[in-house]
Design a protein. Structure first.
Length: 289
């Protein structure tokens, strides 16, 4: 077992990183399915969730309470930005909408720089304990928190979209906006909640990885890029496809860094994206479900 322990270490590292990519990808899919818009500002909710939680904890707020406050604060921010900016230009071209999400990304990044500066922040693990050894790999308990929270979020999303009236209304808007409007469903309200949900999930990704990763105002760029790649590979409208692709990207990165070199990890990930888009432009698991 000893000679394979490093392979197991790379595996668990890849699952950890892949879970974060999967959460970002899912947040992008939720917004896209309702509004047919890719939100390029999604990575900033990752940053704001993590840094806001770190600030609250530094002020003496308990970790669970800081997590909840940051979660709902990010959710409110996402919904507010959709109401204030995106809804105002909803009828314009898709190019204008995409440029608006990029402008939101740059504005939020500048705001984060003003509030938190260039310092890096980290919080204590959700469970403070010595690493455990499993199959020769040394694992921080935070890894299990990340995996568990990812699974919980996915189950919650499934329940929301399959079992609640609001979730069914949002699905109707995603599948047929005109038909949903004729049925009396507010497409604008569905988009508002989609942005709120997406911001909350992005913040969860940032908050769960914060104990393992020093976070600063620029930390949202690569998770956003990798989440978008996972979304593209899995299928723009497929939640499960994005999850699978996110986990796959995490594993590819981890084994590339561990067995080859970190210099090639991004190149291999982007090459994988190119190959998938050439073979199956709609993504591996493109679906409206």
């Amino acid at each position: 077992m000893g000679e394979y322990s490093h392979l197991f270490q790379f595996f668990f590292s890849g699952i950890t990183t892949g879970s974060i990519y999967a959460l970002i990808a899912v947040s992008l899919v939720i917004v896209y399915r309702v509004s047919q818009l890719i939100c390029f500002s999604q990575g900033e909710f990752f940053v704001f969730g993590a840094l806001f939680m770190a600030t609250l904890i530094s002020k003496g707020v308990s970790l669970p309470l800081a997590f909840v406050i940051s979660l709902f604060g990010s959710m409110a921010m996402g919904g507010f930005l959709q109401w204030l900016l995106i809804r105002r230009i909803q009828g314009s071209s898709i190019g204008n909408l995409i440029v608006m999400t990029i402008a939101i990304f740059l504005a939020l990044r500048g705001l984060a720089l003003i509030i938190w500066g260039r310092e890096s922040y980290v919080v204590r693990p959700f469970t403070e304990s010595q690493p455990i050894t499993f199959m020769g790999a040394s694992l921080q308990l935070q890894v299990f928190w990340i995996a568990g929270i990812t699974v919980f979020v996915l189950l919650l999303i499934w329940f929301f979209f399959e079992k609640t009236m609001l979730g069914l209304a949002m699905r109707a808007c995603a599948e047929n906006p005109l038909g949903a409007s004729l049925m009396g469903i507010s497409v604008n309200r569905a988009a508002f909640f989609a942005w709120a949900w997406g911001a909350a999930i992005g913040a969860i990704a940032g908050m769960t990885i914060c104990p393992l990763l020093f976070t600063q105002y620029t930390s949202g760029v690569m998770p956003m890029v990798k989440g978008f790649i996972a979304m593209s590979i899995g299928g723009l409208s497929s939640i499960m496809g994005s999850v699978i692709a996110g986990l796959m990207l995490g594993l590819v990165e981890s084994y590339t860094i561990g067995l080859i070199s970190s210099k090639f990890s991004d190149a291999i990930v982007f090459t994988l994206l190119i190959l998938v888009l050439l073979i199956r432009p709609s993504g591996l698991f493109n679906s409206q479900r």
